[in-house]
Design a protein around this ligand. Structure first.
Ligand code: GRF
Length: 218
């Protein structure tokens, strides 16, 4: 079973969706560790409630390093290695990850984002969608590459935008889909069904090898 490392900063409802899917045996993976950058993040408490190891890494501890972001990611990497993490999930992780981490987990790191990328990357995606007046919004699970919110898209799901929507109402509607989409994407990886060609992710019908070096195809 694939050992997941989940990085989370806040509420942790996506982490909960992963844990629930594991407990319901709809995904064949384990959460080896949850790591957060906010001390009292509910995500860390959720992990503890389910007997999953949780680690708080304080960004302040590396504030004086020449490159604090990279120094932080080196610490993260140490923890991920310590818990023998094979695949990393960014589940509401509100910190930019640096190449230190991305290169170590190339094609082995996914992120969930509350918009239909490439529309509305970055913060406040649901607010951006409403302000733009789109009629359809949604969520995306994608591989993490060195450009924020731009890696190859694994799965997407759309939701309607209603006439009288508020940011909260739209966010809730999108979040429900995130909770389905992220476990699905993890399971596709666990079953070795993902192949990447350029910017496109192909989902195979049959299960194959899921070693990262077999993901890329010509
Ligand atoms: C989700 O909407 C996710 O797409 C975004 O941050 C939010 C995190 O929610 N990156 P939660 O912490 O998983 O509840």
């Amino acid at each position: 079973m694939i050992r997941l490392g989940v990085l989370a900063s806040g509420r942790g409802s996506n982490l909960q969706a992963i844990i629930d899917a594991i407990e319901a045996e709809t995904i064949t993976a384990n959460v080896a560790v949850v790591i957060g950058n906010k001390e009292r993040a509910p995500a860390l408490a959720r992990a503890e409630r389910h007997g999953v190891p949780s680690v708080f890494l304080d960004p302040k501890s590396v504030a004086d390093a020449p490159d604090p972001r990279e120094a932080y990611d080196r610490q993260l990497l140490e923890q991920l290695k310590r818990y023998e993490v094979e695949f990393v999930i960014l589940a509401g992780y509100m910190k930019i990850v640096t190449p230190v981490l991305i290169r170590a987990y190339e094609w082995r790191m996914m992120n969930v984002h509350p918009s239909l990328l490439p529309s509305f990357p970055g913060l406040n995606a649901q607010r951006q969608a409403l302000d733009h007046g789109v009629k359809v919004a949604g969520c995306t699970v994608h591989f993490v590459t060195e450009t924020v919110d731009e890696g190859p898209i694994i799965l997407q799901r759309a939701v309607p935008v209603h006439e009288d929507d508020t940011v909260d109402a739209l966010s809730d509607r999108i979040l429900k889909e995130e909770h389905r989409l992220l476990p699905e994407a993890i399971q596709l990886f666990a079953e070795g069904r993902i192949r990447v060609k350029g910017q496109r992710v192909h989902i195979r019908h049959e299960s194959l090898d899921c070693r990262p070096e077999t993901l890329l195809i010509e």
